[in-house]
Design a protein around this ligand. Sequence first.
Ligand SMILES: Nc1ncnc2c1ncn2[C@@H]1O[C@H](COP(=O)(O)OP(=O)(O)O)[C@@H](O)[C@H]1O
Ligand SMILES: [Mg+2]
Length: 380
Amino acid sequence: MSKTIDFLGESAAVLQLKNLALKVSQTEVTVLITGETGSGKEVLARFIHSNSRRSHNNFVPVNCGAIPAGILESELFGHEKGAFTGALQSRKGYFESADKGTIFLDEIGEMPLETQVKLLRVIETGEFQRVGSSETVYSDTRIIAATNKKLPQAVAEKNFREDLYYRLHSVELHIPPLRERGRDVLLLSEYFIRQFEQKHGISFEGFTNDAAEALLRYNWPGNVRELKNLLESLLILEKGRQISPEILDRHLVQRNRYKSLVHDPDKSEKHELSLIYSSLIKLHQEISDIKQLLRQQPENLHEAPPKKPLLLPPPLPEQPPQKESQQETEVQTLESLEKKAIADALETFGGNKRQTAKALGLNERTLYRKIRRYDLGNEH
Ligand SMILES: Nc1ncnc2c1ncn2[C@@H]1O[C@H](COP(=O)(O)OP(=O)(O)O)[C@@H](O)[C@H]1O
Ligand SMILES: [Mg+2]
């Protein structure tokens, strides 16, 4: 817990950043860390914590974007027994766990407005209430927040409270993207390669000069995380042999092709959405086909189609029971369509209710209700 974390790098930009971070770590001020994804926001937050007088207490990272909006508040502030359905026990939240330590609120831009109100109060007074309780709890927690989003834009769009933004923004540490850190790319590469050599028991023959130049020229959209992942797969897949620019290119192209589908959060969200929509459209087509079938063969709806009586007058063209049962089939099919769409979307988003709700254009409460109704809860 008191392990010292370093933020590696010797470029002027990084040295300046570390210098500022060290100054800040000696104070209690709330910090906002900004930077692209993979640029090291969490590493910097840990660096500040481990250099502060709080280093012997907890560092509690919370990804505000990954916790469904409906439960984020109870995760942060805890809840009392019976505060909501399913709250069988009272439970302390992250703020209480981080007492005398540091809480790291990652992706703060994703925090719902109601929770932002409570957060602002904690920042100002250190006070909050567990969900379902009126008792005030005090926590001595240092707050570090981070975002890869442009918060001023979120403020302008009324998705982020202006007062909270100014409170967080009092000290902003901006991490430059890796492509602006010059030869740090090589320094970090060396460090990660040593780690992976040990981890996998493979020794690395190094990069050719041209390949090292190519590493310096590449723009690293996924920043340090991308570099780290690339090096690990280079080492394993090329079994430690020397890396030429051609080999490097091949891996970068392959990774980017894969990444454009999966890794980049923006792109992958779009891809997932298009999958959901295309599966909805396919299901819709299936429903239309079923409807058409029903229209063409109404007798199929009955187990024993009425025989044409020879003496009685022929049945009316629209028999009420027939219509009813047709409707029933249709309603059932629509429900199963909805159930399937929700189950599929939940799976696509790894059970994340917030993203699922967003993708399906439902509000989250409605989604929860439907999950309960279709009994989809246990699968995620
Ligand atoms: N300066 C650095 N020194 C050492 N490791 C780093 C550095 N920056 C990033 N990393 C590593 O890169 C990965 C991504 O860092 P992280 O802090 O999670 O990025 P972010 O939170 O900005 O997306 C992690 O595995 C982290 O250990
Ligand atoms: Mg992060």
